[in-house]
Unconditional design. Structure first.
Length: 245
């Protein structure tokens, strides 16, 4: 699958965040009918080994995007080698940071990604194809005041395939953590969304609830991650217990 083509295919794409390091969770997310799955290596329990397993479990199904623990070149190359459909880079605040990401994520001549053999290259069977196509997506997260300030340059960067806004970290950057409906936060989200629309780049966002996801869909966000496994599981258990008691 060419993840870049998939991102540009139009329409809203609903995903969910998986933080629990177990392949069954990935299978369940796919069976539920989500359009894509967000494997979380930043706040979740995934490392490059378990992320590769998750991507293998999801192979042939919906796209698997892995959020990295940081933007280091080591993390970028190791998680790209898992064979994921795309990487999500947290806390991107400038075009210079995107330059660094591009150098680490793209093979020459576009970048400086080192050559290795892993699942992404079919353990060698698809090595030449992988080098030629580079069909994985680079998704950056804008989730700070600085990121919003530099959003036009970030969004317009040639290496960026899509942008995901982190509303909760953005509210924290404004000094009001959790207040995602505060005017400054709402205005910043809308401004980034408008820049993405102008640039023709898909814009995504995290929604904690189905109600919020519907609001974001109405606002025109193309890539929405709704809920996460631990919260859904906890909520489901509470619902069952409340119904009994």
């Amino acid at each position: 699958m060419d993840a870049r083509v998939w991102l540009q295919s139009g329409g809203m794409k609903l995903g969910t965040i998986v933080t629990i390091d177990h392949p069954a969770i990935v299978e369940i997310a796919q069976l539920a009918g989500f359009d894509w799955v967000w494997i979380d290596g930043e706040h979740g329990l995934f490392n490059e080994v378990s992320a590769a397993t998750a991507c293998a479990v999801g192979a042939g199904g919906v796209p698997m995007f892995v959020r990295l623990p940081d933007r280091s070149s080591t993390a970028i190359k190791r998680f790209l080698d898992t064979g994921c459909d795309g990487i999500i880079l947290p806390q991107v605040s400038s075009s210079e940071e995107v330059d660094e990401i591009a150098r680490a994520a793209l093979y020459p001549p576009r970048g400086e990604r080192s050559v290795g053999i892993a699942r992404a290259q079919g353990y060698g069977a698809r090595f030449a194809e992988c080098l030629e196509k580079q069909d994985y997506a680079i998704v950056v997260q804008i989730e700070s005041v600085a990121g919003v300030k530099n959003a036009e340059a970030i969004v317009g960067h040639a290496a960026v395939d899509a942008v995901v806004i982190g509303p909760y970290d953005l509210s924290g950057s404004y000094g009001i953590p959790g207040q995602i409906e505060a005017p400054h936060v709402v205005e910043s989200i809308a401004a980034v969304r408008a820049l993405c629309k102008t640039a023709g780049k898909p814009c995504g966002i995290f929604a904690a609830t189905a109600e919020k996801a519907r609001a974001y869909a109405k606002a025109g966000f193309e890539l929405i991650a709704v809920g996460m496994d631990c919260s859904v599981l906890l909520g489901g258990y509470k619902t069952v217990l409340e119904a009994i008691r």
